[in-house]
Design a binder for this molecule. Structure first.
Ligand code: WT7
Length: 574
């Protein structure tokens, strides 16, 4: 193999890929959990309480830091606080299976609430704090959430009066609360916590019971509620052990927000299932902040996204010289393709390989990865996790030979696989067009050595700065504006963001193109949906290409925009 990077020095938790693959069994992994014998399962118990019952009770579970706060919580602290929060929910009558949503900035309270919710067997739904009203409404409406934990700052974006199922709102800060509403009761986090006992009988659930709902965007329709179950812990535990390579003395930092699946599977579950000290950093990204955080906490294992690495690369290597980054021993990247260029830069400035790996909201855990012990081919996502079969399929479901691009698919039945799309069985079934295989929607190829290479999305979903944006959501918002007749949104390759959002807009009669109007449209999406969903480029056009059935042909716009061949135009209207 030419152009490979040698494995890390030192002993990796997974010594040899081929051996691990040959001997792997999920049944063996089960033996690391007490439910193997007791039959009693709960993710919250396995992440927190079981460590609080051992010598790890005084080990730091959570280091939390932002511009105002700097705190630490041991596993024992987390056990008692999450018990209290579980009791807060029980005291207001919340039961197993109900949906409890979190809409708040990163803070210890967010993590305590999330674990506490799981302890009573309720299903947790974390939302990005950047969401605006429409995005919040869609998710709370679809999930019929009965409780929301939020802050007074974010409350104006919660249309609670129009959400009949939302019976309780818990405010985690001290800001103003509205007067009593006839259908919604407001509570204060601090006050309720102070009244709640720190003793709690955990709700033991079935491995297949619902645990977490992550909403994700597709190319059409409203966001989908991807349901994961407690059984996901098997995969999150073992992948964190072998891919994140977590060891007892590690200080682990995952930069992702829990509104995104990376921020839960590998920002909460993976590390805590392994009893690892987990650093959470609130606030905004800045290179000084980030390198300063690594230096201050002596971070050893760091997981981030290609956009972050590209930004750090863009500010120049000198920035690293002002900080001591020697504590780092393992660096990982996920969410979008990691350019080989960035990996080579990483080996220069960090003296470490950046380990790319692939998965998605629907897979609940890592599927393909570069392992610390494995030679790396920069630009490749790596190889499937032991115990998981990933394949490149053609349209009929046949496995393609090495070198050919096809649909990246996963043999169904891995432990953290999605179990449903909330209230949408039909959409769930669409993930399995070929019997026995989950279809990811990504295109990829596999080489002679078994390494997988990402080629692109099969549909129109946009991946911008590590966030997945459905063109449909942005288009829907744009056409709400009085000036907009039609809108089509595409992802355009961008060196820093991966893709940037570009909107094509046809105006209604009586409106004319202007800089101000473009700016207004941008703001309209920013305020109505989310800042990261606002189009960076807007092009006004007389008409948009459509199929005869009226579907806007995004791929045609994309081809025109990038000067590429348009492909089959047979379905396009005159
Ligand atoms: C989509 C999933 C990673 C979990 C959180 C994001 C893209 C993800 C890679 C990678 C190229 C990647 C895919 C995938 N993606 N990782 N290593 N290389 N593309 O989950 O929001 O559900 O997005 O992100 O297109 O389908 P998500």
């Amino acid at each position: 193999m030419s152009n490979t990077l040698a494995p890390l020095k030192g002993q990796a938790n997974m010594p040899n890929y081929d051996e691990a693959r040959a001997n792997f069994s999920w049944k063996e992994v089960e033996k690391d959990f007490s439910w193997h014998k007791t039959g009693k399962v709960n993710m919250a118990y396995e992440t927190i309480d079981r460590h609080a019952e051992t010598w790890r009770k005084n080990k730091v579970a959570l280091y939390y830091s932002d511009d105002d706060r700097d705190e630490k919580y041991t596993f024992q602290d987390m056990k008692f606080l999450s018990n209290q929060f579980g009791n807060v929910l029980r005291n207001i009558g919340i039961e197993k299976g109900e949906r409890v949503f979190l809409f708040m900035p990163r803070s210890p309270e967010l993590y305590i609430s999330l674990i506490g919710t799981l302890k009573i067997g309720a299903i947790v739904g974390p939302l990005f704090e950047a969401f605006m009203e429409q995005a919040v409404r869609d998710r709370l409406e679809n999930s019929d959430a009965s409780v929301l934990i939020t802050t007074s700052d974010l409350l104006p974006r919660v249309p609670y009066k129009e959400l009949p199922h939302l019976k309780h709102i818990i405010l985690a800060d001290e800001g103003d609360a509205p007067d009593v509403d006839k259908d919604t009761t407001f509570h204060r986090y601090e006050l309720e916590m102070s009244k709640a006992s720190s003793d709690l009988d955990i709700e033991w659930v079935d491995r297949e019971d619902g645990m977490i709902l992550h909403y994700t965007s597709g190319s059409t329709g409203k966001p989908k509620g991807i349901l994961h179950v407690h059984n996901a812990m098997l995969q999150q535990y073992q992948t964190a052990k072998w891919i994140l390579d977590l060891k007892e003395d590690d200080i682990y930092w995952c930069t992702a927000d829990p509104g995104w699946v990376t921020g839960t599977s590998y920002g909460i579950f993976g590390p805590w299932l392994n009893g690892t000290s987990n650093l959470i950093r609130g606030g905004r990204f800045s290179p000084e902040n980030w390198y300063g955080t690594i230096e201050k906490y002596k971070v050893t294992v760091w997981l981030s996204a290609p956009t972050a690495f590209r930004k750090l690369m863009a500010i120049g290597d000198d920035a690293t010289k002002d900080f001591d980054l020697n504590s780092l021993r393992h660096v990982l990247s996920v969410g979008e393709p990691l350019n080989a260029e960035v990996i080579h830069w990483g080996t220069k400035v960090y003296n470490l390989r950046i380990h790319d790996h692939w998965w998605m909201t629907e897979t609940g855990g890592i599927i393909i990865a570069n392992y610390p012990s494995m030679p790396m081919k920069p630009g490749s996502m790596g190889k499937p996790f032991p115990g998981i079969h990933a394949a490149i399929l053609d349209n009929e479901g046949n496995e393609l030979p090495p070198g050919q691009m096809g649909k990246l698919s996963v043999k169904s039945g891995w432990p953290s696989m999605l179990r449903n799309v909330w209230k949408n069985e039909e959409r769930f079934n669409k993930y399995f067009p070929v019997k026995g295989f989950f279809e990811s929607g990504d295109l990829a190829s596999k080489d002679e050595d078994g390494y997988f290479w990402f080629e692109g999305r099969d549909d129109d979903v946009i991946q911008t700065s590590g966030e997945r944006v459905g063109p449909f959501e942005v288009e829907s918002k744009l056409v709400e504006h009085p000036s907009v007749a039609e809108a089509a949104v595409i992802g355009k390759p961008d060196p820093v963001r991966g893709e940037l959002i570009k909107a094509f807009v046809a105006l209604k009669d009586g409106y004319t193109e202007s800089e101000e109007l473009q700016e207004e449209l941008r703001l309209f999406v920013k305020k109505g949906l989310a800042a990261h969903a606002a189009p960076r480029e807007i092009e006004i056009r007389d008409f948009l290409p459509k199929t005869r059935s009226g579907k806007i042909m995004r791929r045609v716009l994309k081809a025109w925009d990038l000067d590429l061949p348009t492909g089959d135009l047979s379905t396009m209207e005159e």
